[in-house]
Design a protein around this ligand. Structure first.
Ligand code: T1G
Length: 658
């Protein structure tokens, strides 16, 4: 017989099933561990302890999440009792078995609750992980001490240091869970409880840390630290996990102190900003209640590097793809390029053979415009030239349905001009992908002057399905990303002229957290495309504007980047090295302008670059090209290597004293 629900708090309720108390957390949207949830759990444990008819407990979550972790919104506030470590210690200490029925995401404090339980059953889709380092912190409720006891030090360093989550078979093989349950999770949890009732519970915190192979530990540490690029949290997490073999209480105290210190620091503030910025970005003005148009088939015009990357992203997301190129030969080459990329995914184990076959079946290519007739959306990725794009859109206008959507992937052209040349400008928008398009997470979704709301909504829905981070931008040259990037580049060149050298600027940027300095990036990408653009623009350049000629001098000297063996640097045996010839060219350019160089400290360099980016960002906000500061931050973090743990240029500008 089912008993009525027992409320333990506003967000935690119990139900007696036979002799087991099933405790359900219902705190939408993601069952975060708010003070009310923590209090409810303690009340539930008290109730079970005091009721002889209850032999065991199950903890589970309502909806599609188990527990998403601590409530990130509470981070800035004073702690409210009972704190999570206490709740988990109470769970672990329970004399009656507590089974975690992991029905969905168990992240951060959510997984720590499960680790405090005595047995874990999980549904196959449930993701489990300790993503705290992504928030600039370490787990704060026993994760660094209990996880290594359960799965060993190397695997714990991997999971905690990277913040990645696991599910299903991988979680089972690691020993993170005891059972995967395809059928009814609650039944399996109840059965486990009945089996375990009366025995001394297996307490994770009491297990010995399995002996670890030193080489394995060093290998995983090196991998994590190489990616951490100066962030504190991954290194601290590793330190805590490695020391897990000491008495539990000592490890927990160290973990808690480290957690609190990091939580109140600047890295955590920046990464929290990024977390909420990502959730904010999908909220777009005037789209409330607007339904996207259905999209099943995507046409891709132009199957070069960009077009084939977009095709792979679309195939991965389950869309049917029709590729168009100028003749049969180009179309066939495009198809090969796409299949090569899919093949790489297969070889790397990112997809299986069945998926590969299905993707291949969903792909066709053609040189005939008319074959794009079934498309719901067409994305063009042809040569970035206004006439070429207008001609293409006019041709497509004649063959596709009036309700099909046309998207341009232009980086620098004005999509309003492209739209204006078509029959239905309201169905045109920009989808600005970043290369390689199947890898890069950022997608600028360009709202043109006449883009219809449901067309924009469709762009966002497709972006979501492509698993991209979509940022809506208005029309301006270079949209959000390239506008800010131009300002950053311009300022770096001013710095050069004023006295800083390329390697000094790069070192300052790399120390700050960029994966690669600006001048090293130029050399990698090649200098000739920008040179050609500068030459084209020379005639229309405002002579009163400051123009730095150093890059032109390098190009004229045949220094076109790594491909030519030299650029801003020399590359003997492929290694980046300061080249005195470049230093001389720079000195000459300064002398020509009568500039007396001065020295710059690394922090001055960074500050000037940040200020230039923030100033350009402010312009974009004033012109309503960007909707909010945090959108600009996300673009620079996800498209241009700005370090996430610094929060983006707009956030950083508010943090740096000037
Ligand atoms: N706290 C507060 N709000 C949260 C939240 C959290 N932990 N997680 C999500 N939200 C909000 C989010 O802002 C959004 O709100 C809504 O929930 C839906 O989220 C002690 C220190 C669980 C996989 O890092 O990974 O535990 O915008 O759009 O795509 O060691 O949310 O609608 O108002 O992302 O279905 C560690 C973060 C915390 C998990 C669901 N936990 N969350 O994805 O929905 S630190 C995390 C997620 C910690 C302990 C420590 C995902 C999700 P709004 P969503 P989703």
């Amino acid at each position: 017989m089912e008993a009525a629900a027992i409320p333990f708090s506003d967000t935690v309720r119990g139900e007696i099933h036979g002799e087991v108390l099933v405790v359900t957390i219902e705190n939408p949207p993601v069952n975060a561990l708010s003070a009310d949830v923590r209090a409810g759990l303690v009340t539930a444990l008290d109730r079970a302890a005091g009721d002889a008819s209850i032999l065991g407990l199950v903890i589970t979550g309502a909806g599609k999440t188990f527990i998403a972790g601590a409530d990130i919104r509470e981070f800035g506030q004073p702690p409210v009792e009972p704190i999570l470590p206490t709740v988990i210690e109470r769970i672990e200490a329970s004399g009656k078995p507590v089974v975690a029925a992991i029905n969905g995401a168990a992240l951060g404090g959510g997984l720590e609750v499960a680790l405090g339980c005595h047995y874990r059953v999980a549904s196959p889709a449930a993701q489990m992980g300790l993503p705290e380092v992504k928030l600039g912190i370490v787990p704060g409720a026993g994760g660094t001490q209990r996880l290594p006891r359960l799965i060993g030090i190397p695997a714990a360093i991997d999971l905690i240091g990277s913040g990645r989550s696991v599910k299903g078979q991988e979680a089972l093989s690691l020993g993170l869970i005891d059972e995967i349950v395809d059928a009814c999770l609650e039944d399996a949890a109840l059965a486990a409880d009945r089996r375990l009732a009366g025995q001394d519970p297996r307490r994770t915190g009491h297990l010995a840390v399995p002996a670890a192979d030193n080489t394995a530990v060093e290998k995983v540490k090196a991998r994590i630290l190489a990616k951490a690029r100066g962030q504190q949290a991954p290194a601290e997490a590793i330190r805590l996990v490695e020391a897990a073999a000491r008495p539990l209480a000592e490890g927990l105290a160290d973990e808690r102190a480290t957690f609190l210190r990091l939580r109140d620091g600047s890295e955590a503030a920046a990464l929290r900003h990024v977390f909420f910025a990502e959730r904010q970005a999908s909220k777009v003005e005037d789209l409330e209640g607007v339904s996207p148009r259905p999209v099943e088939t995507i046409g891709i015009a132009g199957l070069g590097l960009m077009g084939s990357g977009i095709a792979v992203a679309a195939l991965n997301a389950g869309y049917r793809v029709i590729g168009l190129d100028r003749d049969d030969e180009a179309a066939a080459k495009g198809r090969e390029r796409i299949l090569d990329l899919l093949q790489k995914n297969l070889s790397a184990g990112r997809i299986d053979q069945t998926t590969f076959d299905a993707q291949e079946n969903r792909l066709s290519v053609t040189a005939a415009d008319g074959d794009l007739a079934p498309c719901d959306l067409i994305i063009e990725a042809v040569f970035d030239d206004l006439d070429v794009k207008i001609d293409l859109f006019r041709r497509l206008d004649k063959v596709i349905r009036p309700d099909a959507i046309l998207a341009t992937n232009t980086s620098y052209l004005n999509p309003d001009e492209i739209a204006a040349a078509t029959a239905y400008p309201e169905r045109v928008l920009g989808l600005h992908f970043f290369s390689p398009a199947h890898v890069m997470r950022l997608l600028e979704v360009v709202r043109c002057a006449r883009t219809a709301p449901d067309v924009l909504a469709t762009g966002l829905a497709v972006a979501k399905k492509l698993r991209k981070l979509a940022i809506v931008t208005g029309v301006t040259e270079g949209f959000i990303g390239n506008s800010i990037f131009s300002a950053y580049r311009r300022e770096a060149e001013f710095l050069l002229e004023d006295g800083a050298l390329p390697h000094e600027i790069d070192a300052a940027l790399e120390d700050y957290g960029f994966p690669m300095g600006l001048f090293a990036v130029y050399d990698m990408a090649g200098l000739e495309i920008a040179w050609a653009r500068r030459k084209r623009q020379a005639a229309t350049r405002d002579p009163s504007e400051r123009y730095v000629e150093i890059a032109d001098r390098l190009c004229e000297a045949g220094r076109l980047g790594q491909k030519t063996g030299r650029g801003w640097y020399a590359y003997p045996e492929g290694k980046r090295q300061v080249d005195p010839v470049v230093t001389d060219i720079i000195a000459q350019c300064r002398a020509n302008k009568g500039i007396t160089p001065r020295n710059f400290r690394a922090d001055e360099i960074v500050e000037r670059l940040l200020a230039a980016m923030a100033e350009e960002g402010q312009k974009l906000l004033d012109e309503s090209v960007a909707a909010r500061e945090s959108d600009i931050d996300l673009v620079m973090i996800n498209g241009y290597g700005f370090p996430a743990h610094k929060g983006g240029p707009m956030f950083a500008a508010t943090q740096t004293p000037r």
